[in-house]
Each structure stands twice: as C-alpha cells, then as structure tokens.
Ligand binder design. Structure first.
Ligand code: PRT
Ligand code: MG
Length: 229
C-alpha cells in the first residue's frame, strides 16, 4: 500500500482521526482527561483542529472512514467503533487499546411475533460481512440484504425477516416491535494506529497510547465519577 506522504505534517506531530456523531463527545471527554482540549470544535466547519497540545491535531470524519484514513497514513491514529473495524475485509492497523466508550452490542433481532422466515430468511443489515461470517459459522442459510440505515423498519415493511444492528438501550428495537434474538458481539470504540507511524513515530505514539490507557484505567477504577464516558 502506498502511504500518503504529508509534507505539511511536522515530524513527531500526531494526527488523530475521530468520527463525528455519537463517538465524538465521549472521545473528546477522554482526550480532555489527558489534557488535550480541541479548540472551536462546536462552532467551526473545519475538519482538522489544533489542540491545546501542539504535538496533537484532531481530524473529524465519518465513522466508517476512520480506519481508511489511518490505514493509509492520512492520520497516525484513530478512534473507531469495533463494529466498523470488524466489517473491514482485512486490517492493516494496530488496535492497541479498548477505550470503553460508545458501548453497545451488535445483535440479531426480529419481530416479537415473527415467523422464523422459512428455509432461507432474509436479514437486513449495514454489517454485511460480519453478518455473513456469523451465519456461516453456524451453518445457517440466510439471504443478507445490505442497507445503509433504518434497518429497524425492514421487517415491518416485509423487506426482511430479521435484522443485524447495533443496540444500546433497546428503545429503537422496542419502538419497532422487534426483540433481540442473539447477541453477535459486544461493541466499544478502539484506538487504532497506523503501522508505519508505530515505527517511525514510535516514542510519541507509545506515549499517547500510555496516556490514554492510564485515563481509561482511572475512569474504570472510579466508574461512578462525574466524567464517566
Ligand atoms: O452517519 P455516519 O455514516 O457518519 O456514521 P454512523 O451513523 O455509523 O455514525 P454514528 O454517529 O451513528 O456513530 C456510529 C458509531 O457509534 C458506531 O460505529 C458504534 O461504534 C457507536 N454506537 C454506539 C452506536 C450505538 N451505540 C447505537 N446505539 N451506533 C449506532 N447506534 C444506533 C443503532 O444503529 C440503532 O439505530 O442507535 C440505535 C439504537 O439505539 P437504542 O438506544 O435505541 O438501542
Ligand atoms: Mg449516523
């Protein structure tokens, strides 16, 4: 793979890619725990932000794109959901740390009054590869239908018999008359690291991982604390 060479990025400076959306607030809270504050994030339309630590800049991009930016070296590090990482065909990334944020679970769900769906039920999901792997491992014959969102309505409108999707509180499933049939995976956000950056920027990368690891450990030791992510 040809790495992106960014002449504008000074030696030793680290770029961290974080997804916008629901991971962002908890990721920023974690960064704040290690003394990294991101400037003007609420007001700006920029995508790359300086931080209170001159050695670290933050790039805010779509959840699904974080591993790609890191894999190609456009960012040295990233914070991505395990769901997104599992769905990648191959991974050229280090995944040194479970940050324990944006926790949820990937489940198989179906209508509470639903018929099993015949010999080859249709399953709608955004997580096509992960779903295929799950069913193949169990010798289950299903037709996987790829959707980009709103999986929960698929059974109601007869598009699918079941869905594979993320669940947090369960409110979305309930609101759509669905129940959890099986838990496929526990999900949380992970720190991922570009392999070349791990070699070429070894000291700052290791230091950054260690700081985040300490912040996660401190949070987990005091789970009732006010800043729990
Ligand atoms: O919009 P974009 O394409 O950029 O990405 P995205 O929509 O995938 O991003 P976003 O902001 O939704 O964040 C996605 C990441 O957050 C996922 O990759 C997960 O790692 C993490 N995460 C944690 C979740 C949830 N919890 C979650 N509950 N992502 C989505 N959900 C959705 C779920 O799909 C369902 O629609 O929330 C709904 C269920 O929530 P409950 O509480 O009703 O059960
Ligand atoms: Mg979204």
């Amino acid at each position: 793979m040809t790495a992106v060479v960014d002449a504008a990025r000074p030696e030793g400076r680290l770029t961290l890619a974080v997804s916008k959306g629901r991971i962002l607030d908890q990721a920023l809270a974690l960064l704040s725990e290690i003394g990294i504050e991101v400037a003007d994030i609420a007001t700006s339309r920029r995508l790359v932000f300086a931080t209170s630590d001159p050695r670290i800049e933050v790039m805010i991009i779509r959840a699904q794109d974080v591993p790609t930016f890191v894999e190609y070296g456009a960012a040295d590090l990233g914070i991505a959901g395990k769901d997104v990482l599992m769905e990648r065909e191959r991974s050229e990334l280090y995944e040194p740390l479970d940050l324990g944020i944006a926790r949820c679970r990937l489940v198989l769900a179906g209508p509470h009054d639903g018929a099993p769906g015949g010999p080859r039920p249709r399953v709608a999901t955004k997580y096509v590869r992960t779903a295929r792997r799950y069913f193949a491992a169990r010798g289950m014959q299903v037709e996987v239908i790829h959707l980009y969102g709103s999986m929960e309505i698929a059974p109601r409108v007869g598009l699918a018999d079941q869905i594979v999707d993320l669940v947090d509180s369960g409110a979305t499933l309930r609101a759509n008359g669905l129940v959890e049939i099986a838990r496929i995976a526990d999900i949380s956000s992970r720190l991922v690291v570009n392999k070349a950056a791990m070699k070429m920027k070894h000291a700052p990368v290791r230091e950054f991982i260690a700081r985040l690891a300490r912040a996660c450990a401190a949070r987990d030791a005091h789970p009732a604390g006010p800043r729990r992510a």
